[in-house]
Write a protein that binds this ligand. Structure first.
Ligand code: UTP
Length: 286
């Protein structure tokens, strides 16, 4: 078994109902933040972390996500000579075999989507990236996690303190021993109401996991919301393997939410040398 994280699962088969009607015929992961679709940010972050194989778990109507990483022959030949535009296409061109896909035929939940990739993952540690959690950091969030995981091993999840009234939207950690940004995970509970939440440390959309969780997912029953929950399967690994949460040094934008999506566009636009000034002037004038 390799002790490197070479593969990452991108579960992109969700229906994106919170962003309807935008997501009626377009995948949520193709929504753009400034000029790049969400999936591009996620793949760039994975590449920076040394991931060699991106496994997209897709569903019906999601082929645009895979097409985005293809060679666009007509476009490239038309654009030849216009340097800036060709450069813009660079990172969207995947290497041969860099992206593989598997279908989740019914949206039975995040845990089920991860399980659908089990044959491609095989028996090695793997990352999971939820592209709608856009993470802005340098180094990137997954790179920070891989660096920490190389010492820690086991299962490592990204954690973030959320406001007390938001615990019911997340998997929440019962904290064990704490050491700086690192917290040992003593237990995990999916979407607890604020009155019963064990902490405010929420699981966010980055994970590095051991392959044993895939067998647990295979036997899982539906949990909260009638879906097969990744958090429930992860909870079964606590005590059997090292299990930690890392507060990554990055800003998270929840782009699966309307306000989060708009804020991400403003925040990233303000940071861009090409459009930042114009956007800043507009906001100042409001
Ligand atoms: P969300 O909870 O954001 O669900 O899924 P969703 O369907 O994408 O969006 P809403 O809540 O209806 O607006 C978290 C991640 O898990 C994936 C989603 O694509 C997203 O990346 N997912 C969820 C699947 O791949 N399959 C599922 O059955 C459910």
């Amino acid at each position: 078994m390799t002790n490197r994280v070479r593969k990452a699962i991108f579960p992109v088969a969700g229906l994106g109902t919170r962003l309807l009607p935008a997501t009626k015929s377009m995948p949520k992961e193709m929504l753009t933040i400034v000029d790049r679709p969400l999936i591009q940010y996620a793949v760039d972050e994975a590449r920076e972390a040394g991931i060699e194989q991106m496994i997209f778990v897709t569903g019906r109507g999601k082929s645009a996500i895979v097409d985005h990483f293809d060679v666009a022959f007509e476009l490239e030949s038309t654009m030849r000579g216009k340097a800036r535009s060709l450069e813009a296409l660079d990172r969207s061109r995947a290497g041969f075999g860099e992206i593989v896909t598997v279908r989740q035929q019914q949206p039975l939940g995040l845990g089920h989507a991860v399980w659908c990739a089990r044959h491609i993952v095989g028996n090695e540690p793997f990352a999971v990236i939820l592209p709608d959690d856009l993470m802005v950091g340098s180094p990137g969030a997954l790179k920070q996690m891989v660096d920490a995981w190389e010492t820690l091993g086991g299962n490592l999840i990204a954690g973030e303190e959320v406001p007390a009234d938001k615990t019911a939207s997340y998997g929440i950690v019962t904290p064990g021993k704490q050491d700086g940004a690192l917290t040992a995970v003593a237990a995990l509970v999916e979407k607890p109401a604020p009155e019963v939440a064990p902490s405010r440390l929420a699981v966010i959309g980055r994970y590095i996991l051991q392959p044993e969780v895939l067998a647990v997912l295979g036997k899982s029953e539906a949990g909260a919301g009638g879906e097969i929950q990744l958090t429930d399967a992860l909870a079964a690994m606590i005590g059997k393997q090292p299990f930690n949460a890392l507060k990554v040094d990055a800003v998270r934008h929840d782009c699966g939410d309307r306000a989060g999506f708009v804020i991400a566009n403003i925040a990233l636009a303000l940071d861009r040398p090409d459009v930042g000034g114009t956007v800043r002037d507009f906001i100042a004038g409001l």
